[in-house]
Write a protein that binds this ligand. Structure first.
Ligand SMILES: Nc1ncnc2c1ncn2[C@@H]1O[C@H](COP(=O)(O)OP(=O)(O)OP(=O)(O)O)[C@@H](O)[C@H]1O
Ligand SMILES: [Mg+2]
Length: 691
């Protein structure tokens, strides 16, 4: 027998209040194999129904003998799946009231089978059996419904769980995407992705053709939204072949921007293949490396200029000595003749030699080995004083503007050289504006913390002098080479290509630098940056007094290894009535100094073999710490910060005789050695900046 449970019970309940009807019916049903329970009254029946039953057989009179309210209530409160089967045993009666009562009963109990008494056993069993089968189907439906409900709620739970997991994954994905975007932005990177499936179905599984590379390039360009110049396409094709072989894609190429706006990028990626080993996807990143390339390029350029500078410096040094001799001899010869014809020849010889000297000085300037006679200068005053010169040089079609910052800081610079530099820049601008335009000369202070300061400068205050034009501008290729000596785009005979080299050499030797900004068709700005000075103006030298000295029989020791220069110097000094002793190197010079009791001044070349100028001077000063010494040089040798001769005066070769006269006199009379005359400065000021 099954356990009694409202969802499965097959118990048949019997309620027949008259005599032994109940027991008899039960025994009949039990004989037919059905489980049966006889109930004593309506209340018990209701209790049994609560416990669980498969059907009920109720004699009609039971509804008159006891209150059926609990039964009707039970029927009303059945669960939706349940339609409990009742078999009501009736007695045939014709009275309408009785029929009415039966109809009411049927409507209240809902699932009713009427069996009229006297009743056959078989009929009763069949009716109860049918009721039970109907009940069993209800149980099944209930079970099915419950299972469905359970499945539905499990499904709901599952959906809730999956939704939660999806949301979490989504949040993680958004976070990862944000970090990736941030990382890519920080690294100035972008991603790209090219689908190769379409192509894979066409190409052979093991290789590629040049058509593939071209196809890929067009897809890749579309993916990054930019095109490649044709010169770099081969490089791209090679990178693709490499990717097919190794799975890794790497290429450094240019992107075709505007005419002077080439950008360099590094593209890196991976090749993905399907199970048949066919390439299906190429994806990776792209990174702008223009700045790095520019820095590398400018470093290479600087190193190249440095090497050229050293070479040029050496050659120019020898030329300088030659020209000193040539010019000096011409000058001496001019002093000794009054023959106008000869004088005119000598003048044109001097003119040619001076042009040579100018070229040499430009080379020395580029090599940062020119003698600078720095003074404290106001750039605004210097620029203003050049107005007429610039107008004459540039002509009427070019408008000249100055934008001078008020209270511009003073700079320590050689004003004559700086004027030459500005003139050089103005001439370049004039050449770039054959049909006229505008030249602007501007000054401005750039403090150590100024945001406008160009990159790559040491932390210090600078004054910027910018010369801008509205001319043809330069391509990137020309701009990088513009500072190289002898680089020119001008026709033969029109430019030596030394202008900007000199500008750069001058700026660097003055402790500053130069920057170039140029756009094709728009113009060029060249900015010279000079370090701010806090020194005060030196006293100017009286030019008229320079040659007035009559020698006064002072004895001068001249030590120079270059015979031409030495000979000239000796002759010049003798012309000025000095007594002169000459020596071809430091060692001989020292001997002569020791042998001759009275030497009033030693005139010593700084750079000499055997014993150099400083070594000789050291020996002389050891013997007599007060002995006046004047150095000569055509070349800036490096001297350490502990140079004991830093305050001694030096005269620069090639010098004019008047300059030599003034310097000698100044040194002999021990006039303020800190006030430089022309062509004469303390050694410390000509020191070249240590590279
Ligand atoms: N303001 C400018 N505008 C356009 N191009 C310029 C400008 N300044 C210089 N350049 C370019 O740079 C090149 C080098 O200039 P640089 O002054 O060194 O030599 P140059 O003018 O050719 O000859 P030089 O100055 O010795 O007579 C020039 O040939 C020119 O192509
Ligand atoms: Mg020039």
């Amino acid at each position: 027998m099954r356990a009694r449970d409202p969802g499965t019970s097959e118990q048949v309940l019997v309620l027949a209040p008259t005599g032994r009807d109940s027991a008899a019916a039960c025994s009949l049903l039990e004989q037919a194999g059905l489980a049966c329970k006889s109930c004593s009254g309506m209340d018990e029946l209701c209790c049994e129904l609560d416990i669980g039953a498969g059907g009920a057989v109720i004699a009609e009179e039971a509804f008159f003998r006891s209150d059926p309210a609990c039964l009707f209530e039970w029927v009303d409160n059945q669960p939706p799946w349940s339609d409990f089967p009742f078999v009501i045993l009736t007695t045939h009666r014709d009275a309408p009231r009785a029929r009415q009562h039966t109809v009411e009963l049927i409507s209240k109990l809902r699932n009713v089978t009427l069996q009229e008494r006297p009743i056959q056993t078989v009929t009763l069993v069949t009716a109860v059996d049918a009721a039970l089968r109907a009940r069993l189907r209800q149980y099944e439906a209930a079970k099915y419904l419950a299972e469905r409900e359970q499945a539905a709620s499990r499904l709901e739970e599952l959906i809730r769980e999956r939704t939660r997991q999806l949301q979490e994954a989504n949040i993680r994905l958004i976070g990862a995407q944000e970090s990736l975007t941030m990382a890519l932005e920080a690294a100035q990177m972008r991603t790209w992705n090219v689908d190769l499936i379409e192509r894979a179905s066409e190409s052979s599984p093991d290789g590629t053709s040049s058509g593939d590379a071209a196809w890929l390039l067009s897809r890749w360009s579309a993916a990054i939204g930019e095109a490649l110049p044709s010169s770099d396409r081969g490089e791209f094709g090679r990178a693709f072949e490499q990717a097919l072989a190794t799975g890794k894609f790497h290429v450094e190429i240019r992107l075709a921007g505007g005419e002077d706006e080439t950008r360099w990028v590094v593209a890196e990626g991976r090749l993905y293949r399907d199970q048949q080993n066919r390439p299906i996807r190429l994806a990776g990143t792209i990174r702008d490396v223009t700045e790095r390339r520019q820095i590398e390029e400018s470093l290479r350029q600087t190193q190249k200029l440095e090497v050229i500078g050293q070479l040029t410096g050496g050659v120019a040094h020898d030329f300088n000595n030659l020209l000193t001799a040539v010019l000096g001899n011409i000058e001496l010869a001019s002093l000794r003749t009054r023959d106008e014809k000869l004088l005119s020849i000598l003048r044109s010889a001097a003119g040619a030699a001076e042009r040579g000297a100018k070229l040499t000085s430009q080379l020395l300037a580029f090599a940062r080995k020119q003698h600078l006679a720095p003074r404290v200068v106001s750039l605004n005053e210097l620029v203003s004083s050049m107005g007429d010169l610039l107008h004459q040089t540039l002509g009427a079609t070019i408008r000249i503007e100055t934008v001078l910052e008020k209270d511009v800081w003073p700079v320590l610079t050689d004003p004559t050289q700086l004027e030459l530099v500005i003139l050089n820049l103005a001439i370049n601008s004039r050449d770039a504006m054959p049909h006229g335009g505008r030249l602007t000369v501007a000054t401005k202070n750039i403090g150590a913390s100024d945001r406008r300061r160009p990159v790559g400068l040491p932390d210090a205050d600078y004054v910027a002098l910018a010369v801008s034009d509205t001319g043809s501008g330069m391509t990137h290729e020309v701009a990088v080479k513009a500072f190289e000596p002898f680089f020119t785009t001008k026709a033969i005979g029109q430019g030596t290509g030394l202008g900007l080299s000199q500008v750069l050499g001058f700026a660097r030797q003055s402790g500053g630098d130069v920057r170039i900004e140029s756009r094709v068709g728009q113009g060029t700005t060249i900015t010279i940056l000079l370090p701010r000075s806090r020194e005060s103006l030196p006293r100017p030298v009286d030019e008229n007094r320079a040659m007035s000295h009559d020698g006064n029989a002072a004895t001068i020791l001249v030590v120079d290894d270059d015979p031409a220069v030495r000979h000239l110097t000796v002759q010049a000094l003798e012309t000025m009535n000095y007594r002169v002793i000459e020596a071809e190197n430091g060692r001989v010079g020292l001997d002569m100094f020791r042998q001759n009791g009275r030497i009033d001044l030693a005139l010593i070349d700084l750079v000499m073999p055997v014993m150099n100028g400083r070594q000789l001077a050291t020996q002389i000063r050891a013997a007599d710490p007060q002995r006046p010494i004047l150095f000569m040089t055509g070349y800036d040798d490096l001297s350490g910060s502990d140079d004991p001769f830093a305050e001694e005066m030096v005269i620069k070769k090639p010098f004019k005789l008047v300059e030599l006269a003034a310097a000698v006199e100044q040194t002999l009379e021990r006039r303020d050695p800190h006030a430089p005359g022309w062509n004469v400065t303390p050694i410390r000021k000509i020191k070249r900046k240590q590279p």
